[in-house]
Design a protein around this ligand. Structure first.
Ligand code: SF4
Length: 386
């Protein structure tokens, strides 16, 4: 059960402001750094470093609450713990962090609390602690159930740990349970990858799947080893995933994301619809009162958060691109509401017309969305619009 914060400041009218926006907390620790990973995280950090991170997290919140508009009485609608690996924290640390969230924020309007978790770090005790505090959704970094694929990715877990993590989450009775699947790995035959996805999607209890093609990011060990991926294979697997998951009852609601009815990630939908969110922790991004900002990636310097105000038209273009990640795209009315009155034709009319001619965008009088053929080459569409 989620408790109401005792110190909530009542609005003058006596009626609470509607809950809105999302709180993101970045937990930058992992058991070990995966060789393909470009996320900001550190492998195997010991307890003093984690204590320092938690103390700084609380200081960051206190400073922002006192200096940024509307935060003192904010009621978030969603919370997301991302990383890194939130479940790398010890049970007592997870309990303390969740307890701090409950004591600090007014959660009376909360509709979703998501936590990322990785097989090999999730235990029944940690799952029970998260459930006890009111976490409603677990997102498991399964990546694959194939032993060769997991070894290639340098994950700390094998197929048995992945299945065990799904079972632990299911037994803890989270209302929603998702998993990541990574495809297009070197050395894994296409038939094995297809079987991998079908096996994962058939695990009982999963109502959300995020499918990511392996990308070799600059600066990672994979880039240094010159790991190659096969674009055509990845495209075929993407199309296979769309067909297989739809046949299994999932809807394709965002470029990489599939959900059973009602299981879409509400927090991530905020990102894609131009919503408000506040990010705490190193490398966390925020979109608050119309200003996009990002914290330093450096653990020591992150408290010196910087913010960058974009010109309104540029910000509206970013919002356009974020929203096109959702398969239904934008309606004109939604887009105007999310951007303070902008219209996409005024912003990027010629570029949109060219993309429509090339059958990469579909435009009607009231709606703009990616075409099916654009789903796998969405980056080039977005570059043309930014
Ligand atoms: S567990 Fe996830 S965040 Fe951590 S190193 Fe691996 S891919 Fe990156």
């Amino acid at each position: 059960m989620i408790h109401r914060r005792l110190t909530t400041i009542a609005p003058r009218s006596g009626a609470a402001e509607p809950a809105f926006g999302g709180l993101y907390v970045h937990i930058p620790f992992c058991a070990r750094k995966c060789p393909y990973c470009a996320f900001w995280s550190r492998g195997d950090q010991d307890l003093p470093v984690r204590r320092e991170w938690f103390a700084a997290l609380r200081r960051e919140w206190a400073r922002r609450r006192d200096t940024e508009p509307g935060l003192a009485s904010w009621r978030p609608a969603t919370i997301f713990f991302g990383g890194g690996t939130p479940t790398f924290l010890e049970p007592g640390e997870l309990d303390e962090l969740c307890g701090w969230i409950r004591a600090t924020f007014d959660l009376s309007g909360l509709v979703e609390w998501s936590v990322e978790a990785n097989p090999g770090t999730l235990t029944p005790q940690k799952a029970a602690i998260l459930r006890h505090h009111g976490v409603t959704r677990l997102s498991l970094g399964v990546q694959s159930l194939n032993p060769h694929a997991l070894a290639t990715l340098g994950r700390i877990h094998g197929p048995d740990e992945a299945r065990a993590a799904v079972a632990i989450a299911r037994d803890a009775d989270f209302p929603h349970l998702g998993a990541d699947w990574m495809y297009g790995l070197p050395g894994l035959p296409e038939t094995a990858a297809r079987h991998d996805l079908e096996t994962l999607a058939a695990l009982p209890g999963l109502d959300h799947l995020s499918c990511y093609a392996l990308e070799v990011e600059p600066g990672t060990p994979f880039a240094h080893r010159r790991v190659r991926t096969d674009d055509r294979l990845q495209r075929r697997l993407y199309e296979f995933a769309r067909r297989a998951l739809r046949a299994a009852g999932f809807s394709h609601y965002e470029l990489s994301n599939f959900a059973r009815p009602g299981a879409e990630c509400r927090h991530n939908l905020l990102y894609w619809s131009g919503g408000a969110y506040l990010g705490l922790g190193p490398a966390a991004a925020s979109h608050w009162h119309g200003v996009r900002s990002a914290n330093s990636r450096d653990l020591v310097r992150w408290r010196r958060a910087f913010s960058e105000s974009l010109p309104p038209a540029q910000k509206a273009c970013e919002t356009l691109v974020f929203g096109l990640r959702r398969l239904p795209g934008w309606t004109r009315a939604e887009f105007a509401a999310a951007t303070g009155g902008f219209d996409w034709t005024t912003l990027r009319g010629p570029e949109i017309a060219a993309l429509v001619r090339n059958r990469l965008l579909v435009e009607t009088s009231s709606r703009l969305r990616l075409s099916t053929r654009a789903l796998f080459v969405s980056d080039s569409v977005f570059r043309a619009l930014i």
